[in-house]
Design a protein around this ligand. Structure first.
Ligand code: SF4
Length: 287
């Protein structure tokens, strides 16, 4: 059995920074809150809980220093925290902060903003709050026409398009094509591909690796947007693709039939989850 692990597999720099800094803070102080899941990964969340990190769903529940995760938060949450005198440790990924800056700047310059991404994703909820009232979220290509109607009604003649950092580059390209085709010619369109490099490289490598193996294993949290995208790519490029959160979900009998196995993990998947899967596969081979 040949096992190939993607070079870009596992923690991205934003997640690594958030996890490392949270662990550092917990060494010094036990009364620390985290607004939402720090990362979409149960293994890490459980470990942080054991270390005393308290997870809350909204800032009103904070009763001490509060960590802001890599996805970022809404503008109004910063304001509320200030009013409540809650100290924040802002671990929003620099790539996400950059999009907030872009959105604020262009909204001030009277651009209408299309934000491409999943409506319910925390990063999109946060970024949207920086886009101003002349904006809307596009999650699917079918929503482009309706968004253009709203743009026309706004009477603005400049459009900015930005995108969720972990979005699929393929779907982004399709949506952009549709926007360019359907937007009236008198409207200036400015497109900023804000998909982060870490995501782009990982998606490219997943595609390449999936084509070369008999079985492609994607490891990560089921609620992780970037890991779900990897699974979609793997399914399209490999006849046998599975999506698991940890080694317990592996069907040992099934995987032992394959000769060439590829492994890729999402941006919030710890290395130990990948190592455990490799170890199990190697053990199966020896049996
Ligand atoms: S996926 Fe990209 S934007 Fe998101 S946390 Fe990681 S490095 Fe930052």
């Amino acid at each position: 059995m040949e096992i190939s692990v993607g070079k870009t597999s596992g923690f991205c720099y934003g997640v690594k920074n958030a996890v490392d800094k949270t662990n550092d803070v917990l060494e010094r102080d036990k009364n620390i809150y985290c607004l939402g899941e720090l990362v979409h990964n149960k293994t890490i969340i459980n470990k942080l809980k054991e270390k005393g990190l308290k997870f809350i769903d909204n800032i009103e529940q904070a009763n001490g220093t509060t960590i802001i995760r890599a996805h970022g938060i809404e503008k109004s949450v910063y304001e509320k925290a200030k009013k409540m005198n809650v100290k924040l440790i802002d671990l929003t990924c620099p790539s996400v902060l950059k999009i907030h800056e872009i959105a604020e700047k262009y909204a001030l310059e009277n651009y209408y903003i299309f934000l491409i991404g999943k409506k319910e994703h925390p990063e999109i909820i946060g970024t949207y709050s920086f886009c101003g009232k002349n904006s809307n979220v596009i999650s699917e290509i079918e929503e482009v026409e309706d968004s253009i109607e709203k743009l026309k009604k706004s009477n603005l003649n400049k459009l900015l398009v930005i995108v969720q950092t972990t979005y699929s580059t393929k779907i982004f390209d399709e949506i952009i094509k549709e926007i360019k085709e359907k937007t009236p010619k008198n409207i200036l369109i400015e497109i900023k591909n804000t998909i982060c490099k870490a995501t782009e490289l990982r998606q490219e490598e997943t595609k390449k690796l999936s084509k070369e193996v008999d079985l492609m294993i994607i490891i990560g949290g089921k609620n992780s947007s970037n890991t779900n995208k990897l699974y979609e790519i793997a399914q399209k490029n490999c006849k046998n693709a599975i999506f698991i959160e940890n080694k317990e979900e592996i069907d040992k009998e099934k995987v032992s039939k394959y000769n060439k196995i590829g492994i890729m993990a999402g941006a919030s998947t710890p290395q130990e989850s990948v190592d455990e899967v490799i170890k199990l596969l190697e053990k199966e081979e020896k049996i």
